[in-house]
Write a protein of this length. Structure first.
Length: 244
């Protein structure tokens, strides 16, 4: 082979080597770029995961603070709340019933109808009214307790929503304590109204005068038996003293 041919051959080899080296460098650069991109992506993922973990930790902390602030609201608490209601009103009802029974008994006795059917019906109606009112007090106590339970659940749900929205944990704890304190405030009760006057008053207004003034051969004045005491549910115009 001539020198010219050898020189050309060697030149081609050098050119190929240079091209290969350049390709290797380019590949290395691309590999580094890809690695950097992957590392950046991984770092972003790690940061996002860490942020999510912190958020979940904060939420768990908030929920713990909420549950702690509301821990007193358990089944015993709600039962005691209902009991407070009934314990307030039941003694008042018992007192009113005792007084009403004494007044009705005195009125019936004064009218000479205590031992009559009218008297028996009046006393039975009074007892029925007492039992009905006592049952209503129990129902209202249970309803008040259920209403409180609903309010507690509603307030807790609102606080949990704040926790999930990543509100400041310190603020969540403060809000939870304030809400719990407000819900635990002692209830305010209004005194029981007059339960039995509509049953007693009509008989109290009837005096023994009408019966005592009746003379043989005279017609007694017609009076109306109170509707509430008429077992048929309709007003009676029969003389309550007749036949006694």
């Amino acid at each position: 082979m001539c020198l010219k041919g050898i020189s050309g051959f060697l030149g081609s080899i050098d050119g190929a080597n240079a091209a290969a080296k350049a390709q290797q460098q380019e590949d290395a650069v691309l590999a580094q770029v890809l690695q950097n991109q992957q590392q950046t992506s991984q770092n972003a993922t790690n940061q996002a995961d860490a942020a999510a973990a912190r958020a979940q930790q904060n939420i768990a902390q908030d929920q713990g603070a909420i549950n702690s602030a509301f821990s007193q609201f358990n089944p015993d608490y709600y039962q005691n709340y209902a009991n407070d209601y009934t314990n307030y009103y039941t003694p008042q009802l018992d007192q009113q019933y005792g007084q009403a029974k004494d007044q009705l008994t005195a009125a019936l006795s004064g009218n000479g109808t205590l031992e009559s059917t009218v008297g028996a019906n009046a006393l039975a109606q009074l007892a029925q009214q007492d039992a009905s009112q006592a049952a209503q007090i129990q129902q209202q106590g249970a309803a008040a307790s259920q209403a409180l339970q609903g309010n507690v659940a509603q307030q807790k749900a609102a606080l949990f929503n704040q926790a999930n929205a990543s509100v400041d944990p310190t603020q969540i704890a403060s809000n939870a304590q304030a809400q719990s304190t407000a819900l635990a405030a002692p209830p305010t009760f209004q005194p029981l109204g007059d339960v039995f006057s509509s049953l007693v008053t009509p008989f109290s207004n009837l005096t023994h005068t009408a019966a005592a003034a009746a003379q043989p051969g005279q017609v007694l004045p017609q009076v109306v038996t109170p509707n509430a005491l008429n077992t048929s549910g309709a007003a009676s115009t029969a003389n309550p003293y007749a036949g006694q």
